[in-house]
Design a protein around this ligand. Structure first.
Ligand code: ADP
Length: 522
């Protein structure tokens, strides 16, 4: 590289400095600050004794002659150069012998040049000669400035980007994290640089994140990983970290640049979708199972009904009058039972449809609970005899304002279950009231219910027995609870396997509005 060399004579300058000292100046720098014109003037006193070609080129002179002897340094000085020259004067004042400085000059053609200067004064005692070497560093400075600018631009962009950005070096240490990182995590720069950022990653994810990160660093490959990142409010949020390797002009690996995005909301939506898919699968499974059970249940009463009708038709066709009369009562009883079973099943299905469609309408009227239970029990007389299940009642008059049909249906569902699952042991019906509520209970001494099933049997299609042993759609208790709830009441069950079950329904005695009046007029 071109190095320009000068030889300068500083005699006039040193004389002036000596005069200042003689006049009592002790702190030259302070004095110069008060006399700003002096520096430029002193520059004019320096005599340029010799320069090389490179100097002439650097100053864009027509030749060495344009510089030597005649050139006043003040011609090539800018205000910044004057500041550097101040340092030079102070060096002289203090008897120094060497100074290195970076400054800027104006060439003889007016162009600005960044230069690196070395001033040497080999023997201050004997001579006022100064040797100067000078290098043009304009290009170097320009690229440095460009780099600084582009770095400042990057930081500015990164700090305002909607994602968190980071940059690491060759060893994987984090050199930079954008402002959004600090805003999100609440970490300080000192806490997060290097490998400190891992401190904000969930302890269960940190090891995996560190391993993936270091493995990628070894291979210089892009990577992506997700982890939970601690927000400054202390809660963890899911984040995706994606990074690309950075390479220098010669293809050398420099580190990574990466971005971190908070994906908690997206993750939540995904989890919700997954949950819904599972729920949907479950609903489809339950529906298919229900369809299988329902078709079986609906067909079961049809077979005996069909057989009985066939037999009766044959006997009638053959004109066997007395035989017909003889078997009619028993056959009719069977047929009636099967038709009742069919209509109960169809009724339950219709009710579920009404409930699902939100079309359950109530028609409250004054009802005596005791009388209602008695009536329903009578309807089960035949069933009670057939299954040898005695029904014991302890019923008193309890009047309220309720929907009679819904209540009858609830009682009938519970009583049908008590007979079905009661294993022939007695069933007990009771009524009563408290200040606020009327209640009735239906207790059997049958198979009972396992604790696990106690809640779910009130749900649609839920059963705690196998369909091989006991028929049914798993809808009776569901419909019953919906009816009871619609009337503002509750239903609960107490039971243990093998110990029977007691279902108790509580109903409010006072119902709001005009309709309450009739029911409470006693
Ligand atoms: P279904 O009787 O048609 O199966 P329910 O909704 O009436 O449907 O009853 C749901 C389940 O609750 C029954 O399958 C049975 O397992 C259980 N359950 C109901 N009542 C009784 C009872 N009194 N004793 C024992 N288990 C019962």
């Amino acid at each position: 590289m071109d190095v320009s060399l000068w030889v300068e004579d500083f005699t006039a300058v040193t004389n002036a400095l000596d005069a200042l000292r003689a006049s009592g100046v002790t702190d030259l720098r302070a004095w110069l600050a008060e006399h700003p014109g002096f520096v430029m003037e002193a520059a004019g006193w320096v005599e340029v004794l010799d320069v090389n070609e490179a100097t002439a080129r650097l100053l864009e002179a027509r030749g060495r002659d344009e510089v030597m002897g005649s050139l006043s340094l003040s011609r090539i000085f800018l205000p910044e150069t004057a500041a550097a020259f101040t340092d030079e004067l102070v060096m002289f004042w203090e008897g120094g012998t060497r100074l290195e400085l970076e400054t800027v000059l104006k060439t003889l053609r007016g162009r600005h040049v960044d230069v690196m200067l070395t001033l040497t004064r080999p023997s201050p005692e004997h001579s006022d000669r100064v040797f100067v070497t000078m290098r043009d560093v304009t290009a170097q400075k320009a690229s440095q400035r460009a780099l600084q600018e582009s770095e400042a631009r990057f930081r500015n962009m990164a700090d305002h980007a909607p994602v968190m950005l980071w940059v690491t070096d060759v060893t994987g240490r984090s050199l930079y994290l954008s402002r959004s990182w600090y805003e999100f995590t609440g970490q300080t720069e000192a806490e997060s640089l290097g490998f400190g950022w891992l401190g904000a990653v969930h302890p269960d994810d940190a090891e995996r994140a560190g391993t993936v990160f270091l493995a990628a660093n070894a291979d210089h490959l892009p990577f992506q990983l997700d982890y939970r990142l601690r927000h400054k409010d202390g809660r963890y949020r899911w984040a995706i970290d994606s990074a690309s390797p950075r390479f220098g002009p010669a293809g050398e690996f420099l580190g990574y640049i990466g971005s971190v995005i908070d994906i908690s909301d997206r993750k939540q939506v995904e989890q919700e979708r997954e949950r819904l898919l599972v729920a949907m699968d479950e609903a489809i499974r339950i529906r298919d199972e229900f369809l299988a059970v329902a078709s079986h249940e609906l067909k079961t009463p049809l077979t005996p009904l069909h057989l009985k009708l066939q037999t009766l038709a044959r006997v009638a066709q053959e004109g066997r009058g007395p035989q017909l009369l003889e078997r009619l009562p028993a056959d009719l009883e069977v047929m009636q039972r099967q038709v009742k079973r069919l209509s109960t099943l169809v009724g339950e299905l219709l009710d579920v449809t009404l409930i699902s469609g939100g079309q359950l309408r109530l028609e409250p009227e004054p009802v005596d609970l005791g009388a209602l239970l008695h009536e329903v029990a009578l309807r089960f007389d035949a069933e009670s005899q057939r299954t040898s299940t005695p029904i014991h009642t302890e019923l008193g008059e309890v009047v309220g304002q309720w929907d009679r049909a819904r209540l009858e249906q609830a009682v009938s569902n519970l009583l049908a279950n008590a007979l079905k699952y009661g294993e022939g042991h007695p069933v007990h019906l009771r009524t009563g009231r408290t200040a606020e509520h009327a209640w009735f209970s239906i207790r059997d001494e049958g198979i009972g219910i396992p604790a696990e099933a106690m809640d779910r049997i009130f749900e649609k299609f839920e059963r705690a027995v196998s369909e091989r042993h006991y028929g049914g759609l798993g809808l009776g208790l569901y419909v019953t609870r919906q009816n009871v709830r619609a009337m503002g009441g509750t239903i609960d069950v107490r039971s243990a396997p093998g110990q029977g079950a007691t279902f108790t329904v509580h109903l409010p005695c006072r119902v709001s509005g005009e309709s309450a009046a009739g029911g409470l007029a006693r």
